[in-house]
Design a binder for this molecule. Sequence first.
Ligand code: TMP
Length: 215
Amino acid sequence: MTHPRPGGWFITFEGIDGAGKSTHLPALAQALQAQGRVVLQTREPGGTPLAERLRELLLHEPMDPLCEALLMFAARRDHWQRAIEPALAAGQVVLCDRFTDATFAYQGHGRGFDLGVLDTLERWVQTDAQGRLRQPDLTLWFDVPPAVAAQRLAAVRTPDRFEAEPLAFFERVRAGYAARASAAPERIVRIDATRPLPQVWAEVESVCRARGVLA
Ligand code: TMP
């Protein structure tokens, strides 16, 4: 089978907790695999043994916003070097549940942490050997109002340190995603995730076809 583009793709899934993004990631992986692509499904924080250990701390240990931002990027560095970059270099498609946009949205807009410092950390962590800042090729932002997301979450699990935040926190996080999307409209696509699952999935497919990710 021929592919629309032979090289690797780096696609990230974003949204506030309860937006439903994690349901669509395996579905896209399956669709890509059916077209003969090799897919790495991964997540942040996490994705390597070290980063998964940092994830446990980030989700459950109390810490200040600077410590939180540094640990997010420490986990990201390991994930980037040991998992994402090698997979992309091998021509695979990397589907990552959250990435740096989440740090800007949660630590930056949610916690109020300095966005300029986050810019610097992003450059340290994601600059390649040629000096280019590496970003996802495509980011799918699953957007829902925080009240809808909270209802969905209440039904399924005990909240972690982030999920336990009040609605006002998630309003700021959502505004953070909106700001990221308007600053990078060619990369970040907003998907209205309040609709029924099949409609949301149909849009994921159609965005991926339009971008040449799916044949
Ligand atoms: P998950 O539940 O979607 O796997 O994400 C874990 C939590 O970590 C989620 O509540 C969002 C938060 N998070 C940040 O605050 N900053 C980040 O950079 C990332 C990747 C996740």
